[in-house]
Design a binder for this molecule. Structure first.
Ligand code: NAD
Length: 335
């Protein structure tokens, strides 16, 4: 199987490194419109050919699959052309800027019988796999809340706001861990530059069961925080992604409550027990993601981070966009 990658910038470099190491596929061509990237490719992967033309790659009959790692506003056209030219397609997160475009790509992939996948890298990390295992085993109990902070002094993106840049990670993890579909979102954000692109934003995602998710994203924090809290009614998980090894801690912490009918008061009993640090798989997530794409093509199965995963993320992001423009109004998430 022959692979081509379009976009050899920051993330494309990681993709090239990981696809070059896959046993079941050959990385044949890497495209970037910046000619100066050629010498970098020659050092990183001398067996791949460099080109500045995405069109040439997409029309190349020897290429079976295309990986798209360009800025978000280019994803739709490149993916659509690739599918029309009978290629399997892997798109970087966020998949595309609208659910309308996502649905067009999904219909096209189904019509052509091709794999369409989105790189939600976190789903392939040892930490997220462990959290899934803990939640599915019932160890954590009924999940009551999910609270994620993803802030640092980040690169201001010229075409997307901080939520479209950072929140796909949190939303894809949320959707993977929690089976319930969201009802609505409320989001607020602010742009401190004069281009109207929010650099700080907050989202609440609301669910019918009373489970609630909250995200805080910023490119303007002096410290880097990558912290996720997941509260169950038996135990609680803290995922601290800046920790080098002990990323996940499971707290045997909880509370019971009863109502004193006479005093019309809720009485809360707290419980704090042991803290457990599970062992995590350390394999590079991007390598697992690349292997899943190749295996989905070879064995005709749906990858973990499939187009539905991509679409569900876009549905929430699209609703946040409307909410932000309407000062935090509750907006229903399309189903
Ligand atoms: N999965 C992750 O964890 C992760 C992390 C970072 C970025 N990303 C995603 O990867 C994508 C790229 O982000 P980045 O940070 O690497 O951006 P980048 O600007 O560093 O790289 C993009 C590259 O694409 C090239 N390019 C743009 N349009 C092109 C075209 N039409 N044809 C050929 N080359 C073209 C540019 O020259 C540039 O080198 C985005 O969708 C981003 O959200 C994903």
């Amino acid at each position: 199987m022959n692979i081509g990658i379009i976009g050899f910038g920051y993330w494309g470099t990681n993709l090239v490194r990981n696809f070059a190491l896959q046993k079941d596929a050959d990385l044949k061509v890497v495209v970037d419109s910046r000619k100066e990237r050629e010498s970098v490719l020659t050092k990183l992967c001398p067996t791949a050919t460099f080109s500045t033309s995405a069109d040439e790659l997409i029309k190349n009959k020897d290429i079976d699959a295309v990986v798209i790692a360009t800025p978000v506003h280019t994803h739709f056209e490149l993916a659509k052309k690739s599918l029309e030219n009978d290629k399997h397609v892997l798109i970087e997160k966020p998949m595309v800027p609208s659910t309308e475009e996502a649905n067009i790509l999904i219909d096209l992939a189904n019509k052509k019988g091709k794999v369409l996948m989105v790189d939600h890298t976190f789903l392939y990390t040892g930490a997220v796999k462990k959290m899934k295992e803990l939640i599915d085993s019932g160890d954590i109990g009924n999940i009551k809340y999910f609270d994620s902070t993803r802030i640092n002094l980040g690169l201001f993106q010229p075409d997307i706001n901080v939520l479209w840049d950072l929140a796909p990670h949190d939303i894809s993890i949320l959707n993977y861990l929690i089976n319930e579909k969201p009802r609505s979102v409320q989001a607020t954000g602010v742009s401190h530059t004069n281009n109207g692109i929010e650099n700080i934003a907050y989202i609440n995602v609301n669910y019918d069961s009373g489970f609630m998710a909250h995200f805080s994203c910023s490119w303007t924090s002096p410290v880097k925080i990558r912290m996720m809290l997941i509260g169950g009614d038996k135990k609680m998980i803290v995922f601290n992604d800046v920790e080098p090894t002990e990323k996940i801690k499971v707290y045997d912490t909880g509370y019971d409550h009863k109502t004193d009918e006479e005093k019309k008061q809720v009485l809360v009993d707290y419980r704090t027990g042991d803290i457990f640090t599970p062992k995590l798989e350390t394999k590079e997530a991007l390598s697992g993601m690349a292997a899943d794409f190749i295996s989905a093509i070879k064995n005709n199965h749906s990858p973990l981070s499939d187009y539905n995963s991509g679409l569900e993320v876009i549905r929430i992001l699209e609703a946040t966009q409307i909410s932000i423009k309407n000062n935090g109004k509750e907006v229903l998430v399309k189903q």
